[in-house]
Design a protein. Structure first.
Lengths: 105, 551
């Protein structure tokens, strides 16, 4: 597998986070400023330029036991600092499927 | 049902132990994800949007009731209480934890179920007609040959690192329910003029980014030679198939680029080297496999018993019977298709409770056997006609008696962006809305046979290319956009659909399908003219005009 760092030149168009799936159970996690993973988007480290994004991604990739498949995802940051996913895919990853599941979770 | 022998059981159990060790080493950090990925894929474990997804094989679509209960158990204990039946006779669990996967696999292994080769660049689960062994007019049971190929290709080192995944489907009936023409190799069981069993062999079918209908490479290969012939095809593919470009790596591209004549010559040359080798199958081998398939001891029953005649007075029962019940090769019995497409629900999903209850119904009414079809429905293959009214009532209580098999709400859909990491757009909500639009059974019946297939990306897991109406979700400028095709089909007359025009937005898809259906109802010459016949007669234009006249 090609490292995400080598896949393409990292370009970001706005505030972004690094997200992945936790290794042992696969749940969606976000890289925090404390060099850890959190399931809470509000705890994600925000990057605003390519160098910051590259550094955060490199650090995330290195933590191969903690989470897998890290990549940079766009977010929106409100005036109050609240972080929201930047596209539908990330919205679904954060809040779950947009359909009712056959069994209530 | 096929009974595993000691070799099968040992193989499955050893595989569980091996994977348990691999998972342990992964979680401890001894294995990196790069090292582990190929190992998990070889055991059916993907990473999707929210979690790991676990794909379990149901070889040639045949399940015993205890196996269905084991699937229900996995859904309940390790997942969120439901599973999703796919278009290739597999079931997927969407919320499995990696740390618990070895235990789930061990529980399945107890009843002879595994996840080997349900992903990765190897020979995938061999699929077949879900009515195999019971369909009237069938040449012979195709599952015997499916099992032969399964045994030969499972963990075969030469086929474990192919340029790309490889799928085989087998049918033995004139009407193709196994969609063999959209497989890498499609096998149609036939008899030659001497009455010997063999196969018409098709190659190079497939959907995805570059769809092709399979071409016939050989009109008759004797049954004893089928393994060597398949092996010859795979050797040519292994040698010439592209490994430098994932989008051009499937055999369909090789067949297309070489041309079927040249490809055929290459295969023929290779075949002559290996044809008279140990790959030649003795009759005893086939008979041994045949003897491991247990067939029910059918009773001698009348056709159309009194119970059925009396129940026919109930219009709800008749609506269900008309669409869900098919003739059986044995008088007095029927094949019952169980719709997993309730109105407003995700296509192909079944809860653990439904699976358990269905297993009980299979024991009571179908000699403990259940089938899985590529249309994402289930079937009970041996139901006595006298039991149909009671079965219907029981299915209705479970929410499994929707009378829509082969109608417009019997939709095939991939998991789409709600689950899948490859998807660009959602599929399931589109299917749900369409089932609500056409929920009126009288309307659906008036429309008649019409298959809608939906994929959430170009990989085409929802087989949109071969839907009578095909819907492909793509992403454009951050928005979900859907391209609509009409005129595709997946049966013996397989064809790819034609695009009717520019893509439409998420909220417009159901309106567009309604327009297409209204146009069809207005254009058909008589009620018996099916949607596909009207499209064939008139082409895309009148539908295009109707859809885009006001858009």
């Amino acid at each position: 597998m090609t490292s995400p760092l080598e896949q393409k030149k990292i370009k970001i168009a706005g505030p972004s986070v690094v997200t992945a799936n936790r290794t042992w159970d696969g749940i969606v996690v976000y890289r925090t400023a404390a060099m850890s993973w959190s399931a809470d988007l509000s705890e994600a480290a925000i990057v605003r330029n390519s160098d910051e994004a590259k550094a955060l991604l490199a650090e995330s990739v290195a933590d191969d036991v903690g989470a897998i498949g890290p990549y940079i995802a766009p977010v929106q940051v409100g005036a109050d600092g609240k972080i929201e996913p930047g596209n539908l895919r990330e919205q679904i990853r954060r809040t779950g499927v947009t359909i009712g599941q056959p069994v209530q979770v | 049902m096929y009974a595993y022998d000691e070799i099968d059981r040992t193989l499955v159990n050893e595989r569980v132990s091996e994977f348990r060790d691999q998972v342990k080493r992964r979680l401890s950090g001894e294995l990196t994800e790069d090292e582990f990925k190929i190992l998990r894929l070889q055991n059916g474990v993907y990473l999707q949007l929210h979690a790991y997804m676990f794909r379990v094989a149901i070889p040639y679509g045949t399940l015993a009731s205890n196996q269905l209960r084991a699937l229900a158990h996995v859904a309940r204990k390790y997942d969120r209480g439901y599973g999703h039946f796919t278009t290739r006779q597999n079931i997927q669990f969407n919320w499995i934890k990696l740390a618990e996967l070895p235990d789930a696999l061990a529980d399945l292994a107890e009843v002879g179920i595994h996840a080997m080769q349900t992903s990765g660049n190897n020979m995938r689960n061999v699929t077949s007609d879900q009515w195999a062994g019971v369909a009237p007019g069938e040449i012979e049971d195709p599952r015997i040959w499916s099992e032969l190929i399964r045994q030969h290709t499972t963990l075969h080192p030469e086929f474990s690192f192919l340029p790309r995944k490889f799928k085989i489907a087998i049918t033995a009936s004139d009407h193709d329910r196994a969609a063999i023409k959209i497989h890498d190799i499609g096998l149609r069981l036939i008899k030659n003029e001497k009455g010997e069993t063999g196969f018409e062999v098709l190659v190079g079918g497939g959907l995805g980014r570059t769809p092709f209908i399979a071409k016939t490479i050989k009109h008759f290969v004797h049954g004893r030679d089928i393994l060597s012939y398949i092996e010859a095809i795979l050797r040519v593919y292994n040698q010439y198939g592209r490994r430098d470009n994932i989008y051009k790596a499937r055999i369909k591209i090789l067949v297309h680029e070489l041309g079927i004549e040249k490809f055929s010559r290459e295969v023929e040359e290779e075949w002559q080297h290996i044809r008279n080798s140990s790959l030649q199958i003795d009759d005893e081998v086939i008979e041994d496999i045949r003897s491991r398939f247990a067939y029910p001891s059918y009773e001698k029953l009348p056709h159309m018993p009194d119970q059925l005649r009396q129940a026919a007075a109930d219009p709800d029962f008749e609506a269900w019977r008309k669409n869900s019940v098919a003739p059986h090769k044995v008088q007095g019995y029927s094949i019952v298709t169980i719709s997993l497409k309730p109105i407003g629900a995700p296509p192909g999903d079944a809860t653990a409770e439904q699976m358990d209850a269905l297993a009980d119904l299979a024991d009571k009414y179908s000699f403990g056997e259940i089938r899985v079809g590529h249309e994402q429905n289930l079937a009970l293959p041996h139901v006595a006609q006298r039991d149909l009214p009671a079965l219907w009532k029981a299915l209705d209580k479970l929410g499994l008696a929707t009378p829509n098999v082969n109608l417009i709400t019997d939709i095939i859909a991939c998991p789409g962006l709600d689950y899948c990491s490859l998807a660009n757009a959602r599929s399931i909500p589109i299917a749900q809305e369409l089932t609500r639009r056409f929920a009126n059974h009288e309307l659906a019946n008036l429309i008649g046979r019409l298959h809608i297939n939906i994929s959430g990306c170009i990989n085409a897991c929802g087989h949109h290319h071969v839907g009578h109406i095909g819907i492909l979700g793509v992403e454009k400028n951050g928005e979900e956009v859907y391209q609509i095709t009409i005129g595709g089909r997946a049966d013996e007359s397989a064809a790819l659909g034609n695009l009717i025009g520019p893509g439409v937005k998420f909220d417009e898809v159901a309106d567009v399908v309604e327009d297409i259906v209204e146009a069809y109802l207005a254009l058909r010459e008589r009620p018996e003219e099916l949607f596909m016949d009207t499209v064939k007669r008139l082409g895309v234009e009148p539908f295009k005009e109707r859809v885009y006249a006001t858009r």
